[in-house]
Design a protein around this ligand. Sequence first.
Ligand code: B3K
Ligand code: ZN
Length: 887
Amino acid sequence: MRDARPSAIYLKDYRPPAFLIERTELAFDLHEDHAIVEATLHLRRNSGVAPEEALVLHGQDLELQWLALDGRELSAGEYSQSDDGLRIARVPQQFTLSSRTRIRPQDNTSLEGLYKSRTLFCTQCEAEGFRKITWYLDRPDVMAEFDVSIEADKARYPVLLSNGNPVAAEDLGNGRHRARWHDPFPKPAYLFALVAGDLHSVDDHFTTASGRQVGLRIFVEEKDLDKCEHAMVSLKKSMRWDEEVYGREYDLDIFNIVAVDDFNMGAMENKSLNIFNSSCVLCSPQTTTDKGFQTVEAIVAHEYFHNWSGNRVTCRDWFQLSLKEGFTVFRDAEFSADMGSRTVKRVEDATVMRTAQFAEDAGPMAHPVRPDSFIEISNFYTLTVYEKGAEVVRMIHTLLGAEAFRKGADLYFERHDGQAVTCEDFVRAMEDASGVDLGQFRRWYAQAGTPVLSVAGAYDEAAQTYALTVRQSTPPTPGQAHKEPLLIPLALGLLGDAGNLPLQLAGAAPNVESADNTHLVLKVSEAEQTFVFSGVRERPVPSLLRGFSAPVRLEYDYSRAELCALMSRDNDGFVRWDAAQQLAISVLQEAEEQIHAGAAPVVDPLYLNACQTLLEDASLDAAMVAEMLRLPGEGYLAELAARRGGARVLSIHLAREAVHKALAVHAEAAWLDAYRRNAVNTPYAPEAGQIAARSLRNLSLEYLVLARDEHIALARAQFASAGNMTDSLAALKVISQRGSAAQRDEALDDFYRRWKSETLVVNQWLQVQAAVPGEGALERVQGLLQHEAFDLRNPNKVRALVAGFANGNPLQFHRADGAGYRFLGEVIEALNTRNPQIAARLLVPLTRWRNYAGDQGPAMRSELECLAALPDLSPDVFEVLSKSLQD
Ligand code: B3K
Ligand code: ZN
C-alpha cells in the first residue's frame, strides 16, 4: 500500500511543472511473466525554474534496472527512490534521461497501467496509470511527442498497436516481432496506449469534409467480428456530426478501436487508439438490447468527440476534469438527441441527474463540478463531474443561444489547440465570443450541492397579471456551509384551458430570451425574484423548468388536477413527462404513508384515469408514453423520503407494488391492447420507431403480469419466441420477478444454456438474478460468486452481480439482519487492494446510510466502520470511507 493515511491535494496548490518533456521514446519488450520498458525522455527545465530545483518523476510499483543522464549511467547515490517516485537532485537545463524498468503486467489486477486482459496486453493510463509503466512526469500539463516500439512473441501477439501512425514492422527472426509507432501530436501521458494481442479487425474508412481518407479499424477477438458493425456505423456518424455541428475534422490518417473484456469503466479516448470495454462496443440483435445499441452509439461518439474536447485541448490538472468530460458529455448527448428522439434522451438524462447525481450532491462525497481537493482522483470520475458538468455546459448553450455558443466553441478550440487549460479558459472563450457576462454563472463550477428552486404563482384576475415568485437556495455540503445565488436559466410556459398562452413579461424584459411567444427563459439570479406576466386572460398552470433547463430541484405546489393538465396538454414534452412523474410520486408517497400508518393504500383514481387515457392514445410517441407510465424506482423514492425524515425501505417497496398493481388492474384492457398493438413485425433494427414500440410493449408486459397471474403465459410465450435480446431479456426479467419458482428457474437455466458462450449476455443473466426478489435472494447471489460464469477480476461481472444486487434488490440488500451490507462489505474487502477503483465504486450504496430511518442507517454505518478498521486500505477506499464517516 502506498500510504495508510493518504492526504488530500488542493487546487489552490497548483504549480506549473518544473520540467517539461519534449519527446518521449518508449521501447516495450513484452514477455509472459514480465515486461521491460526502456524510456528516453527529452527534458528541459521550465522557464523561471531555479537551476538547483531537483527533478522528481512519478513512478509506482516499478523495478528500476538502470538509469542514465545524457548517456551516463547514474550511480545509486545520484538519485533516490520512494514509494511513489524518483528524485534526481542535480540535473542540467536540458538533458535526456534514459531508464530501464521491469514491470509485471500479468500481476496487475488494478487494471490501471499496463495489464493483461485475458490473452491481451493493454493499457489504461487516465488518470495516473502511466506512472505504473515507467518513471515520468505523469500530469496532464506535461505534453510530449511519443515514439513507441513494441516487441513481443509473434504467434501470441500478432497485432501490436500504439498511438499515432505505424512507422515500421520487423520480424526479429526468433519468433518475436517489433512494431514502431509515432504520434505527431504532443500529448499528456494519460492518453498513451498500447495493445498487443491476437486480434482481428473490421476495416472501413471515412472521408473528411476536406477530402482526407481516414482508415477506421475495430479490433476484436475473431469470434466477435460479427458484432462490430453498429460501432463502426456509429463512429462514422460521429465523425460527420462533429464536422457539421462543431466544424471539427479528424486529424490523423487512422483511427483504431480495440475491445477488451477486463476494463474498469466504459472506454478510453487514447489518441487514435481508443480502448473500449467490450460491453460498450460489441453489438448484435441476438445478444444486445436496444439500450445496449444506444449505449454503444453514445460511447463511441463520446470517445471520438474527445479527440478535440480532451486531446487536442486537454486539462491543465485533474481538478479541471469536467473541462473535457462535462463538455464531451454535452456533445455526445446532443449527438444522441440528433440521432434518435430528443425528448426521450432529455428525459433519460434528467432521470440520471435527479436519481443519481442529486443523491451524490446530497451525500458525503458531494463536490463541485470543479473540485477543490481530492485524495484519489479516480474517485472523482463522478456524475457530478460528467453529468452535472454537461448540464453546466448546456446552460451556457441556453444562455448564449446556439449560434453564439458555436462561436465560443470555435474560439476555445482555436485559442487553446495544443494546450492544457482550465474550466475558466472555457468560460472565458464563451464570454469573449458572445459578449455575454458569465461572471455570476461561474459559481456553478465552484459550488457543490443541488440548488432548490421554490416557485409560487399568483394570478390577479382583475389586472390580468400572473406573478411568479422564484426563490433559490443551495443546501450546505461538506466543507461548504454557505452558498451564493446562482444564475439559473428557467425555461417556462403558461398553460391555459385551450393550450399554452402567449407570454408577455410586464415592464422591460431584460431577463428574457424568447424562442416563440409561448416559451421563454428567465434568468434567475437573486435569492428571491418576482416576474410578472401581463395580459394573462385566465388562471394558468405554470409549465416550469422546461427541457430540464437547469440541474435544480423544482418545488411548486401543484394540485393533482394541475399535474394532470400539464401531463396531458402542455406543449413541452419534458414537462409532460415530469408532470406524470410528480403525479406518480405524490400518489406513491400517499400510499407509503398509509401503509406506514397500518392502513390499506388507496390509489387516487385521478392518477389511474390520467394514465389510462395516455395509454389509450395510440397517436402519441410510444417511447414517451412508456417513460411517463414507468414508476419511479425504489432507490429514487428512498432518496426523496430521506429529505422528508428518513426512508423506510419496506413501506416504500409495498407502496410501489400497490400503485403498480392498481395501475395494472385499472388499465388491464389498455395494457393488453398496447402489448398487442406494439408488436414489431419487421426485421430487428435498433431504430427509434422499433425501440419505442418494444419499450411500451415490454412495459405493458410488466403491468399485465401484475394485473393477472395468467398473463405470465404472455411472458413465457415471448421468452420462447423472441428473436432479439431486448424482448428476450424483458420477458426473462418479468418471469424471474413475477413467475413461480419453477417458471423462474426453468427460464434462467434455459437462458444460461443458450448463451453461456456469450460473456456479455451471461453478465445480463447475472444481473437479472441479482434482482430476483424474496428471501433467499442474497444466498442466490452468494452462490453465484462461485459459478463458472463469475470472476471477481472482471469489473463487468462484479457490477452485474454485486452492484446489481445492492442497487437492484433494495428489500434484500437492506435485510433486517444486515447480511446484505455484510455481503457487500466482504466483496469490497476482497477488492480493496486488488482493484481499488472498483472497490471504491461498490461503496456508494453504503455511503447513503444517513438516508435510512430505523435500524438500517446505523447498520449501514457500522459496516462502513468495519471496513475502515481494515489494515492496508487503498487510498480510493480510504477516501470514500473517511468522508462517509465524517460527522
Ligand atoms: N476518460 C475516460 C475515463 C477514465 C477514467 C479513469 N479512472 C473515459 C471517458 O470519459 O471518456
Ligand atoms: Zn469522457
